[in-house]
Design a protein around this ligand. Structure first.
Ligand SMILES: NC(=O)c1ccc[n+]([C@@H]2O[C@H](COP(=O)([O-])OP(=O)(O)OC[C@H]3O[C@@H](n4cnc5c(N)ncnc54)[C@H](OP(=O)(O)O)[C@@H]3O)[C@@H](O)[C@H]2O)c1
Length: 517
């Protein structure tokens, strides 16, 4: 039979009914904090403006400092005016949302605050619409997560086994600080919120470019046959940050790059690159495949972990127009700290598809550029013809998936320079902003809609989190056995320490340099 549309229809809507939000009360714990002001409320504003937050939704902020509703609204508006992708705020859109925003003053471990919250939920004019539907958002310090869930339950606001609802809970990162604490936290939350009502955020998963990894891999037929050890030489995943620790020295010094970035964002990206096709697009099927990838990464022995990883701290740079302090001189960082601001790690995914293909992961602060990228390097062509002459200078084909900024996908290949017998790297580009000339939603917009509709694909399941901690715990244990007096340093504004270059050079490879495609 011939296909009437040999190249297929131009668009295909996968889940037309998926994004319908029911009227819901959204309760934000930590309502006066940075995350609420910079991410959560801007996302709610955008959703409301786009008509995706029904009129029956209401927002309840909960924090300690005393405030009236009108003061809280004014503070949020002032914060909204500072958000670059939102400025200028539409007065009409804001007032429509602000009329449904309320503030409840209370301590996170004081039951009387939760009683006040319960009363305000019941008394709000929107209560006739949202009824028992509540989405709680834990935008507080992680030490409070278990307490808040318990207090919610004591106030009679936790999900009920049957009857009206649903009641759901979004939990911010970090989820635990190691495997034991992550397990303990899941146990504590599960006492009041069953796993299907829990939404653990890794905001990377809400990024359009990260979601597209699945569409790109499994919605096309040209790459997937090559997506294995026969054709792929190695994979590089980079999450580079340009800023240092700024005013978060205390938090960062107790955390470090491996726990702050590697355990969550980098492992999630690795899973999406390496996973098998899921049995369906349902959340459970996708989580199952991600867990299989993590289970295929054996816990290496300490000696191997030390040989395959690099940790470092940024040093000082007094030369530029904006001098940078060394990490050890940053406010609220211990002067003899061994906390890493940079980590690179070579990992093996030991399964049928990937055996022998190294995955190189790196992340760091105070680096040359702010970008997140996945580079898939294909094997070189046979050493005859061009490769025989050019050797290592014949660039490997590379598929570059730019997660941010300038989101896109680029294929790098070799081509002949016209008029000269010379081979040079050429490229084919796809840019989200050019090819789809439309607003690229912020991750928190998508994640809020999904939590409101009970769609958990873009959140992390407890076993994914635990496997990632197993690996990061092993790495950190190997580091702590190493008994170093100090860590290697790298120059701020560089792409990391020389040791990270050597890690790849030992394997005859090098990190893909950043290019603003
Ligand atoms: N900020 C970000 O960009 C970001 C990014 C990713 C993840 N996160 C995560 O999001 C969470 C919140 O971070 P954040 O940066 O927004 O923190 P933050 O700015 O320090 O805000 C903390 C909030 O918790 C409230 N709070 C603290 N102690 C309280 C208590 N005993 N009772 C009641 N409320 C209390 C504070 O309000 P009062 O002082 O008024 O009580 C404030 O509203 C953390 O888990 C963090 O790891 C943040």
């Amino acid at each position: 039979m011939t296909d009437a549309f040999p190249s297929g229809p131009e668009t295909c809507e996968l889940s037309p009914a998926a994004a319908k939000v029911e009227p819901t009360a959204i309760v934000i714990f930590g309502a006066t904090g940075d995350l609420t002001r910079r991410k959560i409320v801007p996302a709610l504003y955008q959703l409301s403006r786009q008509g995706r937050l029904p009129d029956g939704c209401a927002i309840f902020g909960y924090a300690r400092r005393p405030k009236r509703d009108d003061e809280f609204r004014a503070d949020l508006l002032a914060a909204l005016e500072e958000v670059p992708h939102i400025r200028p705020v539409s007065r009409e859109a804001w007032e429509k949302l602000a009329a449904r925003i309320y503030y409840v003053q209370g301590d996170l471990d004081d039951p009387s605050g939760y009683a006040r919250l319960r009363d305000r939920l019941a008394a709000a004019p929107e209560a006739v619409h949202f009824g028992e539907r509540v989405l709680f958002y834990l935008a507080t310090a992680p030490g409070f997560f278990g307490t808040v869930a318990e207090q919610i339950a004591r106030a009679g606001l936790a999900p009920k086994a049957s009857g009206p609802g649903p009641r759901r809970l979004i939990v911010e990162k970090p989820f635990g600080e190691d495997l034991a604490s992550a397990r303990e936290l899941s146990r504590a939350l599960h006492r009041s919120f069953p796993e299907e009502t829990l939404f653990r955020i890794d905001h990377y998963l809400g990024k359009e470019t990260v979601q597209n990894l699945l569409y790109f891999r499994f919605g096309n037929s040209i790459y997937e046959p090559l997506w294995n050890r026969r054709y792929i030489d190695h994979v590089q995943i980079t999450v580079a940050e340009r800023l240092g620790v700024e005013n978060r020295g205390e938090y960062y010094d107790a955390t470090g790059a491996a726990r702050d970035m590697l355990q969550n964002h980098l492992f999630q990206l690795l899973c999406l690159v390496a996973m098998e096709p899921p049995a369906s697009l349902e959340a459970g099927a996708i989580h199952d495949e991600k867990v299989k990838v993590l289970r295929s990464i054996p816990t290496p022995a300490s000696s191997e972990l030390l040989a395959c990883s690099v940790r470092a701290q940024y040093g000082a740079d007094e030369t530029g127009a904006h001098p940078v302090h060394a990490y050890l001189q940053e406010p609220r960082v211990k002067p003899d700290s061994l906390t890493e601001t940079y980590v690179a790690w070579r990992l093996d995914v030991d399964n049928w598809r990937w055996s022998g293909v190294p995955f190189y992961l790196r992340t760091g602060k105070a680096l040359a550029q702010q970008f997140t990228e996945i580079d898939i390097f294909f094997r070189p062509p046979p050493s005859v013809l061009f490769a025989a002459v050019c050797g290592m200078r014949l660039g490997r084909n590379c598929l570059r998936i730019r997660i941010q900024p300038n989101e896109g996908i680029h294929l790098l290949f070799n081509a002949k320079i016209p008029g000269l017998p010379v081979i040079q790297r050429a490229s084919m580009h796809f840019h989200y902003r050019e090819d789809f000339a439309r607003y690229l939603p912020e991750a928190y917009e998508r994640l809020l809609v999904d939590a409101l509709t009970g769609e958990s694909t873009l959140f992390t399941r407890h076993d994914e989190v635990e496997h990632a901690w197993r690996l990061v715990d092993a790495l950190r244990a190997a580091w702590s056995e190493e008994k170093r007096g100090e860590l290697p340093t790298y120059k701020p504004g560089s792409m990391g320490p020389a040791e990270a270059e050597e890690l790849l050079a030992r394997d005859g490879r090098r990190w893909q340099p950043f290019q603003y495609d």
